[in-house]
Design a protein around this ligand. Structure first.
Ligand SMILES: [Zn+2]
Length: 59
């Protein structure tokens, strides 16, 4: 992730998609947040499939 804004040099505490000081879009962070969201969705789908398999095997 980007720790400092490349435009104004503001230190960024979190993984923010936009600089809170100057409003510059931080592409690297936007991509990182998207990847994390996709990973979360994939994990949820895998867990759901596992639950269905466990329930199906019990019936
Ligand atoms: Zn900035």
């Amino acid at each position: 992730m980007v720790e400092y804004c490349p435009k104004c040099g503001q230190k960024l505490d979190e993984e923010v998609p936009v600089c809170p000081k100057c409003g510059a879009v931080l592409e690297a962070n936007v991509k990182a947040i998207k990847v994390k969201k996709i990973a979360k969705i994939c994990f949820a789908v895998i867990v759901l499939i596992l639950i269905i398999i466990i329930i199906a095997s019990c019936i």
